[in-house]
Write a protein that binds this ligand. Sequence first.
Ligand code: EPU
Length: 307
Amino acid sequence: MVMGEVKLKERLQGCIRGEVLIGEPLSYHTYFRIGGPAEVMAYPAGLEDLKTLLKVARDEAIPVLILGGGSNMLVLDGGVKGLVINLSRTFLELSVAGEQIRCGAGVRTSRLLALSARASLTGLEGLTGVPGSVGGAIRGNAVTPLGTIADHLDWVRMVDCSGEERFMLRDELGVAYRHSELPTGTVIVKAAFALRRGVAAEIRGTISKLLIRRNLTQPVEVRSAGCIFKNPPRDFAGRLVEQAGLKGLRRGGAQISGKHGNFILNLGGATAADVLWLAERARAEVMAKTGVALELEIQVVGSPIAG
Ligand code: EPU
């Protein structure tokens, strides 16, 4: 890093209102409960703080990692160099405007879903049980049993690395399976969903059914990062891992779920190295047995060893 972490913390603390921490363990901030420390972590208190953080990082050539809900991420054991911007305390506004819901990027997907049910607006039921923040779900175009989050998106507002605000309509986002083409370095701060008027009891009924199905088919009771691999075209990663006979395989504190082959669990004390070992074993065996190349779906960040 260009600046030492203490100097960077002082510099940032002097120009933003939010909190700045040194060496914060990222295991506290990921669903997996795995990951080494962030060299410096900052919580922007609002839009101006976020713009300032992005501008300072750009001017000082400091690498930036944006942390949303931490649900789809594996942080390596050596931690993350540079600046981690933690959005979990920011952009939490949520409002209904006719048949549209406007939502800050830091809002949990579960809160967005609950509001849609209360407001009798239908369309987002597929988000049932999808963990993490709305910003992260849009960036990775979260897959649900009823489609993807982008199906009901109207627009998104972002900030780019020079601190400029940008606005994009859904059709400009280039969404594909588990992917969106947001301009590099931009951070989503707000989004609007275009929904339809529905019946609250029916919306709640759909949510209950999906929750039951998810609880039956996925290991929701144990720490994980959701699905590890993307589904290959016309097949399912979970089915292929099962067919390779790898369900239940353990390495250290990590295990390929016996319930769903596309989940790796943290049974307690798992390291990122344990998880990656299991993922690589699954990838290699599925390739050897079927010729299908599984691709990681989770975002892997940081360094494998400290220093
Ligand atoms: N299957 C197996 N063995 C397994 C797991 C699954 O044979 O161990 C079979 C199932 O029987 C089913 C098929 O594979 O026929 C698909 O399984 P499932 O319905 O569980 O869905 P999936 O394709 O594995 C996708 C998303 C999930 C999302 C569910 C919602 C991907 C990679 N995964 O899973 O997303 O929750 O659909 O139905 O697209 C995530 O975002 O982290 C995630 C888990």
